[in-house]
Each structure stands twice: as C-alpha cells, then as structure tokens.
Design a protein around this ligand. Sequence first.
Ligand code: NAI
Length: 333
Amino acid sequence: MKIAFFEIKDWEKDYIKKRLKNHKLIFFKETVNESGVDSMKDVNIISVFIYSKVNKDVLNKLKKLKAVVTRSTGYDHIDLKECKKRKVKVYNVPNYGQNTVAEHTFALILSLSRRINRAYDRTTRGNFSFDDLEGFDIKDKTIGIIGMGSIGRHVARIANGFEMMVLAYDPYPNKVLEKNLNFKYSSLNNLLKNSDIVSLHCPYDKKSYHLINSRNINLMKKGALLINTARGGLVDTTALVKALSSGKLGGAGLDVLEEEGLIKEEAQLLSSKFPKERLKNLLEDHLLLTFGNVIITPHMAFYSTEALQRILDITIRNIECISKNKVCEAIVE
Ligand code: NAI
C-alpha cells in the first residue's frame, strides 16, 4: 500500500516508519490541502489531522484512495458523503485518553487537598514552614462525578482505590455499571449537595452550557472542591469566582476555561496551526489565576506520552486492518 501522512511531526514519523515497514510511506508536515496532492494519484491511504480538509476536490485527485485515517476523534473535516460515494472508508481514534484524563483529575484533586501548589511555591523561595498548609484526607470523602462515560468511569475506579464514596449523575444511567464500579446514581442537585469534591466529565453542548451556575453552585457543600477537566463552558465562571471569593467553595482545579471555545479536539493544542498566543492571553486575563486555592493547567489532561502513542497505535492498527482487508470499525463502510 502507498500511504501518505499529513500534518506529521518528526517523532511521529520515526514511530510510524518502524511499525509500517511493509508499505510505501510518504510524510508531509503540511495539510493535504497545502501539499501537492496532484502528484499522489497512486496513494491508497491518507492519514490526516483536523486541519486537513478532505473534501470533494481532494478526493477527486486521489483516484486510488481506499481509506482516510484521521488521527483525531472528531471527523467533521472529512466529507463523509463524498467518501461513501467513492467507497472510501473513514477511520478515527475514538478513545485514547480515558485513564490519562482521570489521572490528571486526581493530580488536581490531590494538589488541592494537600496544598501542593502553595507548598511548592513556598519551598522554592526557601520557606519550609507548613503554617496554613494543613490538608485533608480524601479517604471516606464523597466524590460526585458528572458524566459516567469512559473518563468518569476511570475516575470512579481510582476513587474506589482511595476508599472514597462515589455519587454519579448521568442522564443515561447504567445499573450494571453502578454495581460493578461501586457507586450510586443521584440527581444533579443531590450530587452537588452531598459531594466533597465535584468532578465534571460530560460533553459540552447546548444542553450542558453552564451546567454549574449561580443557582446550583450554592447547593454545594461549604468548602467543597470543583474540578473541571471536561470543557470550560460547563461552568459559569462568574458564579465560580463568586463562590470562591465568598468561601463557599474550598478550591477549584481547572484544566479548561470558559473562553476556550475554539478548542474542539485536544490534539489541536499540539498543532503548530493552533494560535497558542490566544490561549496564553486567555490565561493571563483570567481572574481565577489570582486565587491561592485554584489550580489551573493549560488544557493538558490528555497530554501523556502513552496517550499520544495510543493515537498513533490506533492509527497504525486502522491502517493494518485496511491493508489486510480485516473487519475493523470504520465510520463509513
Ligand atoms: P463519553 O462520551 O465517554 O462520556 C460522557 C458521559 O457524559 C456519557 O455517559 C453521557 O451520557 C454523559 N452526559 C451527557 N450529557 C450529560 C449531562 N448534561 N450531564 C451529565 N452527564 C452527561 O466522554 P468521555 O470520553 O468520558 O469525555 C468526557 C469529556 O471530557 C469530553 O466531552 C471532553 O470534553 C472532555 N475531555 C477533556 C480532555 C482534556 O484534555 N481536558 C481530553 C478528553 C476529553
């Protein structure tokens, strides 16, 4: 098979070359639109990221194309209708970072519960006093997980390991899961009232916009922590700032901020095409940065060596499936 990879980084190139030795591989730093597709009439598979627009124009030029393999979860950059017409299969990377994001969630929780950021800040300045750094145990505390999908489930598993009690809110409850993962489903309000730590793991859409807002944030326990590694728009920032200023909340761990609307796909943050200056400005402007009991990370919960490799491994598996004519889950059959 002749396979063309677009929007590829050097380390990815080396990794792929070692694993797809039996194919003719060509690599481009540019998108499929920027590179000269005209010279690739005999390419059988293209692997792209979200800045490559796989449209009618591109498909018309790639006469021998059998499959499009995107190294992303989302696939709205690919014209599925046009692919179907030409019997071109489309593959994506549906899950690559469930445990990765769940682990980052606990990194934020433990940093807040044991005042790690404040302690670190102090010791780097030569101050070894632990005045005001008293933390709290998370054992026997209740964590409320909003969204019991792949990431939420990993959070529940880790919470079980810490001997925490687990409440969950999800519009699509699964009773078997509830039993197996030792948690209790609850209404959103009940979860907010009874959790010491509330962690968001649901998608952001019109329905979940400001799921945590000025009305229901007041239901939360005094001193509770709010953790958001999902999407910034799930939390009304004004309500959060108010709850932190009044002491209603004990702290917040945020990997995502409300103004980050331009981010669709985590790996977008790694691309040279993503305007990182904008993210920096957002963070700098944010009032939340000034709170000692708030930890903000720059939307990096997905960012581990293993998760990045999983993206490539799933892409390679997809390509092997195609080349061996094996049944493999494709978006367009
Ligand atoms: P998933 O699709 O496996 O699970 C989402 C769960 O949320 C489902 O069980 C669904 O029924 C539930 N849900 C839907 N609407 C809800 C609502 N209004 N209230 C409560 N629950 C609701 O998704 P997954 O993989 O667990 O990811 C969750 C979110 O995490 C993603 O939508 C994404 O925004 C975010 N994410 C963040 C990353 C980061 O680096 N910070 C990396 C990957 C994902």
